[in-house]
Design a binder for this molecule. Structure first.
Ligand SMILES: Nc1ncnc2c1ncn2[C@@H]1O[C@H](COP(=O)(O)OP(=O)(O)O)[C@@H](O)[C@H]1O
Ligand SMILES: [Mg+2]
Length: 242
């Protein structure tokens, strides 16, 4: 509750993201980045405007439908990890596969834990892991379903520089190797520069949409392909103001 007056947190934020793009969302603390990511993932609903993922308007779905779309399409890394404390690392990573009714969940989860350098820690509970290790488990969990779209809220915010760099390298590797679209909320300009695109939010408004490098000299093939798909009109995420 915030009293009688409606509180406007985001306003006039409109953009499209193409398949395979890597996009940084930048802005001061309190500018609305986490709120935006929650809307894009269908965890929250906008009071006006729309969010379209893979051609589906989230407003056309009920809560179960949004959850199912998320399960199929989106990996989400929360700012505070949100690992389940009563489950071990490998069980946390298995969970989205089990929810999707897939067999072979443990083997796949172990593969992903190996990928993030934690194969020896699968049997440990979150409280037995450092912040950086928990973050890597959260990333393994977000990637284990091979989502087309990964959203991460300040993925390096709680990590020291070296651990942060390895987590980021991992996300860009998956972007290159799997064509995963990345939407990364960050304060970190050097991370933002590694993305093909930067959206800047100030006081709930989109104030800049920077694309570098241009498509003809894109940093990676995935970026070049993403730019081509945007030109061809293929959109993965679209957020339109009212
Ligand atoms: N549940 C809520 N109720 C009221 N205000 C909120 C809520 N969540 C966020 N806000 C407000 O919305 C604004 C944007 O918050 P947030 O999206 O968390 O910003 P950021 O992630 O950029 O730091 C802030 O002013 C914050 O206080
Ligand atoms: Mg935030």
């Amino acid at each position: 509750m915030t009293g009688d007056m409606p509180l406007v947190i985001l306003d006039s934020v409109g953009f499209e993201v193409g398949a395979g793009e890597s996009v940084a969302i930048l802005g001061a603390s309190g500018s609305g980045k986490t709120t935006l990511l929650g809307l894009l993932a269908g965890l929250d609903q906008p009071s006006s405007g729309s969010v379209t993922i893979d051609g589906t308007d989230l407003a056309a779905l009920d809560e179960d439908g949004r959850a199912a779309l998320r399960q199929r399409t989106v990996g989400f890394v929360f700012q505070s990890f949100h690992l389940l404390p009563a489950l071990t690392a490998v069980e946390n990573v298995m969970l989205p596969l089990e929810l999707a009714g897939l067999r072979d969940a443990r083997a796949q989860a172990l593969r992903l834990l190996e990928r993030v350098g934690l194969s020896a820690r699968g049997h440990h509970y979150p409280r037995q892991l450092s912040g950086g290790e928990q973050q890597r488990v959260a990333i393994a969990r977000a990637f284990v379903t091979r989502p087309r779209l990964l959203m991460a809220d300040e993925p390096t915010g709680n990590l020291d520089a070296a651990t942060g760099a390895s987590v980021i390298d991992l996300m860009f590797e998956l972007n290159r190797e799997e064509g995963t679209t990345l939407l990364l909320v960050t304060h970190d300009e050097s991370l933002a520069r590694r993305c093909g695109r930067r959206l800047r939010i100030a006081a709930g408004r989109l104030v800049a949409d920077e694309r570098t490098p241009p498509p003809h000299q894109a940093a990676t093939r995935a970026e070049a392909e993403a730019a081509a798909r945007v030109e061809a009109g293929e959109t993965v995420v679209e957020h339109r103001p009212a």
